[in-house]
Design a binder for this molecule. Structure first.
Ligand SMILES: Cc1cc2nc3c(=O)[nH]c(=O)nc-3n(C[C@H](O)[C@H](O)[C@H](O)COP(=O)(O)OP(=O)(O)OC[C@H]3O[C@@H](n4cnc5c(N)ncnc54)[C@H](O)[C@@H]3O)c2cc1C
Length: 596
């Protein structure tokens, strides 16, 4: 099994050469206060060391061991507690956090790279800092000054971790029907009662306290999503002086046995009149959760890339080493009994597909992170609003497309190993199992597609879509005379035109048929994602091609050649997707329930 190596070369290329992140950071005064290119580079270097040196070596054993539950207490796998301490010492939980409460205030363009390395090295572990950062974000955006002062510094430092408690046994996608109740007390606190399931790192022994953000309903709350409030419920109550007080009245009833990310604890949490405090306004809990969801959903997309990157690293090494059969063009290594499998076109197809999705996907997540930074930090209202529109549109694509293609890449990486990919030894089957959850949690990918098509595209009558289409149109226009881009611009323009047509088509259908959006949405998101990655590959070529000629490392020339593969073999999938979408919903809705 290849040792996980943080993809620092590619990350630096994206930040510095493709997106010119330093110029973006310099244009945002609140970001410029905290980061410059040297600081960013030092952070990346250190993140790479932690991912490769601390987290990756624990990944396999944690999968074997899993987290352990005993009478309400959860013990993380061997080494996790110490690794978590490394995260605390470096303040990594607060990398993107608000400096007013002890965060480092780093831009998402940088934080996203740390997240990818951590998730690629060890996804089960990576969920703990990720959930904590998400809880901090919701608290920072919606909590009272008092709550922020009391909780954020210890959460940013990581001494206390965070958990997000939304799901209940009967309510996952449809949070409007949750039953957890919050009864007001005279002192301004609430008593929270109910059962939450599937709560990631809801209980564990790595941090001194665990701060749960819990969705619950007030006694007189309206029915449905408009009657949900958000509460902060700490495992240990916090005294006025900041020290830990008595244990709150909730506990972990059990942890799940599951397909992957076995090192992480997925907890049933029983709240029995637990003391909590309202975060944000009454009945606006779902909106508060959504603030942080744009960040978290990109984070889950990044998990898909992280796992796929690890799988690609293994598969590449194996394909160079494993000898089997001769190349169709004749023996390449006649001194050996057979040639390395990398000579075979089909093995190259698999490796290049992985590379196309992983490196194009990393570019896309960086592109989305850029819009997140502008939406959060720009002074100029118009610039911020434009970025907010982009974030709203692109977030479901980042979550669903990057995890769908992440899993596809993991499966291809397993396939490169033949039977050896199916057995435990090489680690490829673990990556497939771990990556699978990314399509399901944080809103299933089917729900992401409905969000993209229903709420974002149709909901804005195409206006949000226009922002993206215009961005690509500007690129095409600005680079019309770029000779390096010549082979790529026409197919990119054709793909965007196809997406334009399909968008028009669905906008037209949406008013006529209630099933039109649901029937088109998953294929539409896929078509959108493939086109967006085409745009990313064109931007990669623009940066790489001028350097490719004298490049002995193969880095730049490899980029241009992978882009060719992407445009020849992956982007054309948009043609069949468009055709399928245009067929409408009739075939999908024709069967009666019995006919299934
Ligand atoms: C390992 C793991 C960790 C998790 N971590 C957390 C956590 O930390 N905190 C937390 O709160 N939750 C967590 N979850 C829960 C997760 O977010 C939910 O499982 C997920 O949102 C789906 O909900 P559900 O399982 O109830 O499925 P359901 O909502 O029952 O959905 C079942 C199927 O129906 C589809 N469906 C539902 N409604 C519609 C619709 N309107 N249109 C089209 N299709 C629809 C779904 O896409 C899905 O395919 C975790 C789950 C797992 C397995």
């Amino acid at each position: 099994m290849a040792e996980y190596q943080a993809p620092l070369r590619d990350i630096r290329f994206l930040l510095n050469e493709v997106f010119d992140a330093p110029a973006l950071w310099a244009s945002l005064p609140k970001v410029a206060e905290n980061v410059d290119p040297e600081t960013a580079d030092a952070i990346l270097e250190e993140a790479g060391k932690i991912a490769g040196g601390v987290l990756a070596p624990l990944n396999r054993e944690a999968d074997e061991q899993g987290s352990k539950w005993d009478n309400g207490e959860v013990t993380a796998p061997d080494g996790f507690k110490e690794a978590y301490q490394t995260i605390v010492e470096g303040g990594w939980n607060g990398l993107g956090g608000n400096p007013e409460f002890g965060g480092m205030g780093m831009p998402k363009t940088l934080v996203a790279q740390f997240e990818e390395m951590m998730q690629g090295a060890n996804m089960a572990f990576g969920l703990a800092p990720m959930l904590t950062a998400g809880a901090c974000l919701a608290l920072d955006a919606h909590g009272s000054q008092e709550l922020k002062e009391k909780y954020l510094p210890n959460m940013y430092s990581g001494v206390w971790s965070g958990a997000m408690d939304l799901t209940e046994p009967h309510a996952g996608t449809d949070l409007g029907i949750i039953r957890t109740k919050a009864e007001p007390n005279d002192d301004g606190s609430f008593n929270v009662t109910g059962t939450k399931i599937f709560i990631t790192w809801g209980e564990h022994d790595m941090a001194e306290n665990i701060i749960h953000l819990v969705l619950a309903k007030l006694p007189d709350a309206p029915k449905g999503p408009k009657g949900i409030s958000l509460f902060l419920v700490p495992k240990f109550l916090v005294n006025e002086d900041g020290s830990l007080g008595e244990r709150n009245s909730f506990s972990c009833g059990s942890i799940e046995k599951k397909m992957g990310i076995k090192g992480s604890a997925t907890c049933v949490m029983n709240f029995d009149g637990a003391k909590g405090w309202l975060v944000g306004e009454e009945n606006k809990g779902l909106a508060a959760m959504f603030t942080m969801m744009n960040y978290e959903r990109l984070g889950v997309g990044i998990q898909g890339i992280g796992a796929a990157e690890a799988s690609l690293q293994n598969a590449r090494e194996y394909a160079l080493d494993r000898i089997q059969s001769r190349a169709p063009t004749g023996a390449q290594q006649p001194e050996k009994a057979a040639d390395p499998i990398i000579v075979h076109p089909d093995v190259r197809r698999m490796l290049l597909t992985m590379k196309g999705y992983v490196e194009g996907g990393r570019a896309f997540s960086t592109y989305v992170a850029q819009w997140l930074d502008i939406s959060k930090y720009a002074d100029d209202d118009e610039r911020r609003k434009h970025a907010e529109g982009m974030v709203a549109l692109l977030t479901p694509v980042a979550k669903a497309f990057l995890t769908d293609r992440g899993l596809e890449a993991c499966i291809l990486g397993q396939q490169v190993f033949g039977g050896h990919g199916f057995v435990r030894e090489w680690g490829q089957e673990q990556l497939v199992r771990d990556c699978r959850i990314t399509q399901i949690y944080e809103g299933t990918n089917g729900i992401q597609a409905l969000d993209l098509m229903g709420r974002k595209v149709v909901g804005s009558q195409g206006k949000l879509y226009e922002l993206f289409a215009q961005d690509v149109a500007n690129f095409l226009e600005e680079n019309a005379d770029n000779e390096h881009l010549h082979p790529f611009l026409e197919p990119l323009a054709a793909a965007v035109e196809r997406l334009d047509d399909v968008t028009e088509h669905v906008l037209g259908q949406a008013g006529n048929s209630p099933d039109a959006v649901g029937a088109a949405s998953v294929d539409y998101l896929d078509l959108f994602g493939l086109t967006a990655l085409g745009y990313m590959w064109a931007r990669i070529v623009k940066a790489a091609a001028p350097q490719a000629a004298g490049d002995t490392s193969g880095f730049y020339s490899g980029k241009v050649k992978t882009a060719r593969f992407y445009f020849d073999r992956l982007l054309p999938k948009t043609v069949s997707l468009a055709e399928g979408i245009r067929s409408g919903s009739d075939a999908m809705m024709a069967l009666t329930a019995e006919e299934f």
